[in-house]
Design a protein around this ligand. Structure first.
Ligand SMILES: C[S@@+](CC[C@H](N)C(=O)[O-])C[C@H]1O[C@@H](n2cnc3c(N)ncnc32)[C@H](O)[C@@H]1O
Length: 224
């Protein structure tokens, strides 16, 4: 059964969503409706995404929680319409999540949505590489990012936000292996180590959610 938002059908959550979101399934469902409703109307999400909002967006993002340690402080860089940060925060209430996004109209929408969901997620307007952002949000345990920049540039922007030993979780899909091969030297030059690919969401999403994991080396200066 589907709900209709602004004339667009929003599929009901698949049964497996209950295992991902538990008692927060209602909040995840409301977020899916907001994405497919005002998110589409205000140009944050394409109109064709409404019918695949669960598999391609909400669940696809939530499953990266598999690689995020308990209690981590997480910054979602280039959050856009809250992806992957909001599904991750809903699936993992133990995390402290900040959504980082430079575009004013996206930030406005994110603040409205977080207010409506009533969850403890912070929203900050800025660019990952800005000194003010590094000073305010730096030292976090995990950075997440989906569709923000190629691996080399993304690593240069985001490793300085991590504490030494912290983890970049970059959602990269089919391009993951090629991006790592192309940018390995740059990633290591920025202080990245233990670069690996990992597939999240077995039994939940198909295709699996492929991430590139990069640790910030211990004992390195923050790259500039
Ligand atoms: C293609 S969108 C992806 C949005 C969301 N992560 C998703 O997967 O739907 C890229 C987002 O990255 C943001 N962005 C671009 N450069 C950035 C930077 N230097 N720091 C933080 N965010 C940035 C853009 O404003 C945009 O919202």
């Amino acid at each position: 059964m589907s709900a209709a938002v602004g004339g667009r059908p929003v599929p009901a959550p698949p049964a497996v969503a209950a295992t991902v979101f538990g008692e927060r399934l209602g909040l995840a469902t409301r977020y899916a409706e907001l994405l497919a409703g005002s998110g589409v109307e205000r140009g944050l999400v394409g109109p064709r995404e409404a019918e695949r909002i669960w598999q391609r967006h909400v669940l696809n993002c939530a499953v990266i929680g598999e690689v995020v340690p308990a209690g981590a402080r997480v910054v979602d860089v280039g959050s856009g319409a809250g992806l992957p940060g909001i599904p991750l925060a809903l699936a993992r209430p133990d995390l402290r999540v900040t959504l980082l996004e430079p575009m004013a109209r996206r930030v406005t929408w994110l603040i409205e949505v977080i207010g409506e969901l009533g969850v403890e997620v912070r929203v900050h307007r800025g660019r990952a590489e800005d000194a003010a952002v590094r000073s305010l949000l730096g030292g976090c345990d995990v950075v997440t990012a989906r569709a923000v920049a190629p691996m080399g540039r993304l690593t240069g922007w985001t490793l300085p936000l991590l504490r030494p030993g912290g983890l970049l979780v970059a959602m990269k899909g089919a391009t993951a292996g090629d991006e790592v091969a192309d940018d390995r030297a740059a990633i290591e030059g920025f202080g990245g180590r233990a670069i690996r690919l990992y597939d999240c969401g077995s039994g939940i999403v198909d295709p699996l959610t492929r991430v590139v994991l990069v640790e910030r080396r211990l004992g390195t200066q923050r790259p500039r």
